[in-house]
Design a protein around this ligand. Structure first.
Ligand SMILES: *[C@@H]1O[C@H](CO)[C@@H](O)[C@H](O)[C@H]1NC(C)=O
Ligand SMILES: *[C@@H]1O[C@H](CO)[C@@H](O)[C@H](O)[C@H]1NC(C)=O
Length: 289
């Protein structure tokens, strides 16, 4: 089996962890870097270089990858803000397996020793830790009001989406698309049009997980969320069609969620919005015909 393990990066991984770290269940979040929970002070530990220019003083020492949070009042044409998008290179994505192939490989934390042998990763390697992290996250029970599923193939992802939306519901996918190959990770972008709200009575966000082949952590939370499509113009001329979500009820979030320190807010005090990285998929139902 030809498998590469190039796509996972600590930065997008850290982002995933924080995007998932919602809810009050006390679900533990771990970092690869130091084995601690991500708290606001720790996020710099995941720093991967490539940063420059932060705008305001409370963002000093901030991981550049945290430049994805904003509030609904920012959603207007002409708004300018620094945003981090990971490099757009399909060559670094892990291979998406067909369902038959994916189903022939065990996918459970109880199979960790076998899987490390299969992929030839030494037990203490970062790759082994990443595999362990992904399997652990995928084995967790959903928190209250959440539906979750780890998809190891496109077919299984579509099955989950169809089951959650109802078998007769049509649906579509939204992504963040860099309209040309991106070279800059962090730069100032201007909202070049009024952001467009996407009808989304329900939504399922699928985040890529660090793994030797493509694994998506898909989840859906029952709470007031609004989905947007935003056309962004970078200072260097790059254009991004970005998907973004605003979570209107943050009252149950962990007060240590990094979004609050980035935005200077508290749980329940104001909505939290964020852009989706370009390797995420957001599924929404289509209105019945
Ligand atoms: C990456 O850039 C190419 C153009 O170079 C574009 O066609 C593709 O949609 C982009 N991919 C993502 C995920 O943004
Ligand atoms: C964005 O623009 C502000 C001022 O317009 C500047 O201070 C800041 O360094 C810029 N940030 C980036 C990442 O270029």
């Amino acid at each position: 089996m030809r498998l590469s393990f190039v796509s996972w990066s600590l930065v997008s991984y850290a982002l995933l962890v924080l995007l998932n770290a919602q809810g009050s269940s006390g679900r533990k979040i771990i970092t690869l870097g130091n084995g601690k929970d991500i708290k606001k002070e720790d996020s710099i530990d995941l720093h991967q270089g490539g940063d420059d220019g932060r705008s305001s003083s409370h963002m000093d020492h901030m991981d550049p990858a945290l430049n994805v949070f904003f509030t609904p009042k920012d959603l207007k044409r002409g708004k300018k803000m620094p945003i981090y998008f990971s490099k757009n290179s399909s060559s670094t994505s892990p291979r998406l397996l067909a369902r038959e192939e994916a189903d022939s490989i065990p996918f459970s934390i109880s199979n960790l020793p076998y899987l490390l042998q299969l992929f030839s990763f030494p037990q203490d390697s970062t790759q082994a830790k990443a595999i362990e992290y992904t399997l652990t996250q995928c084995d967790l029970q959903p928190i209250k009001g959440e539906a979750k599923f780890c998809a190891t193939s496109l077919e299984s992802m579509l099955d989950f989406v169809a089951a959650l939306f109802g078998q007769n519901t049509q649906f579509k996918v939204l992504t963040t698309t860099q309209l040309k190959d991106s070279t800059t990770l962090l730069q100032n972008y201007t909202f070049s049009e009024a952001p467009k709200e996407i009808w989304a009575p329900k939504m399922i966000a699928c985040h890529t997980m660090p793994y030797p082949y493509a694994v998506f952590y898909c989840h859906s939370q029952e709470s007031e969320n609004r989905l947007y499509q935003v056309l962004l113009a970078g200072e260097n001329g790059e254009k991004v069609e970005a998907a973004a979500v605003c979570h209107f009820d943050t009252s149950q979030w962990d007060p240590d969620h990094v979004a609050f320190s980035v935005l200077g807010t508290q749980p329940g005090s104001s909505p939290v919005c964020h852009f989706f990285p370009s390797d995420n998929l957001v599924w929404v139902p289509l209105p019945a015909q």
